[in-house]
Write a protein that binds this ligand. Sequence first.
Ligand SMILES: Cc1ncc(COP(=O)(O)O)c(C=O)c1O
Length: 349
Amino acid sequence: MQGLFSFAQGSRKITLPRVRLALTPTPLEPLETTSDRLGFFLSAKRDDLTGLALGGNKIRQLEYYFGAAREQGATTMLVTGAIQSNYTRAVAAACARLGMRCHVQLENRVPGMSSDAYRDSGNVLLTRLYGAEVTYFAGADDEVAADKAIHAVANRLRNAGEVPYHISLKADSAPLGSVGYLHAAQELLEQQPDTTHVVLASGSGQTQAGLLTGLRMLGSGARVFGVSVRRAPGAQRARVLSYCHTLSAMLGVEPVVQESDVQVFEGNLNTGYGLPEDGLMDFLLGAMRREGLLLDPVYTGKAFAAIPRLKEQGYFSPQARVVFLHTGGLPALFAYGPEFLSRLNRIDA
Ligand SMILES: Cc1ncc(COP(=O)(O)O)c(C=O)c1O
C-alpha cells in the first residue's frame, strides 16, 4: 500500500487505504482572455494533468478504489462505462501499472453516435491498448441491469480463481472516488484561499461531492456549481447530497454539507449525454482558439459553456474568483473527430 488518508476527528481516526496514481498538486492556471471577456477572475484547476493515461479526475478517484481493492487482495478490477468512458480508460491504465487484470463492460449511452471513430478510437482504443478485456452490455443507461451483468462476470472470474473488485458508481455505493477530491479541495485552498466558486462537470457526482465536502471540512464557503451532463438537475442534486452524507459517515464526521449547499445546473443544452450539439461545438472551438484549452463535448465543454450562462444569470460579481475544474476527458475529442471536421468544413466553406 502506498499511502493512507487519515482523518482525525476528536478521538476517532479514520484511515482509508490509498494507492498513489495521480501527479499532484495539479496547477491552477489563470485564464486571462476569458477573464477579460467575462469581467471576473477565472482560472482553471488543471486536473486534466493528473498524469496517468492522459490524466483527468478519475485518476484521483481511483487511488481509493485501488487502495480498497488491493487491501482485499483483488486481482481483477471490473467497471461499467459508456463506450467513450474516461473511467474505463483510467481503470485499465491503473490495472496495467499495478499488474492487475481489468474487465470493462461498455454500454452505448449515446444513441446516434455510431461512427468508426466513436466506436473504436479515443478512450475505447486506449482501454484496449492497456489490455483490458472488453464486453458490451446491450442495455443503455440502466445501472441496475448493468450491475447485474457485471456481477455475472465477477462470478465467472471468482470460479476461475480470480479475486474480482467491482467499482460500482450507483448512488447508494460508497463514494471512494470522492475521497480523492478531499485532497483536491485542500490543494485548491492552498493555491487560492479566496476562491469564491468552482464550476465542474457532474456525472456520477463523486467529484462534486468530494470537493464540496472537502471545502466545507476545511472551512471554505466557496460555492461548488455542478453542471449535470447526464441527469436532470433535481435528480443529480439528490445524488450528490446522498454521496456527501455517505462520505461524511465514512470519515466519521457530522454531515458538513446541507441540502441547500448542493448546487446543480443543467448542462445538457437540451440534447442529452454525449450528444454533440451545434451550439456546443461552436462554443468549444471558440474557447479552444482563445485560450489554447482543450475541452471535450461530453464533460468539460458543457461545464465551461455554463460559465458565461451563469454569469448572465447574475451568479458571478466582478469580485468573484472563479475556478473551472478541468476534469480531463481529452481522448474523447478524437471520438468526435467526424463531428468536429464537418463543423470545420462548414466554417471554412
Ligand atoms: C472528463 C470527465 N469530467 C467529469 C466527469 C464527472 O465526474 P463525476 O463522475 O465524478 O461526477 C467525468 C466522469 O466520467 C469525466 O470523465
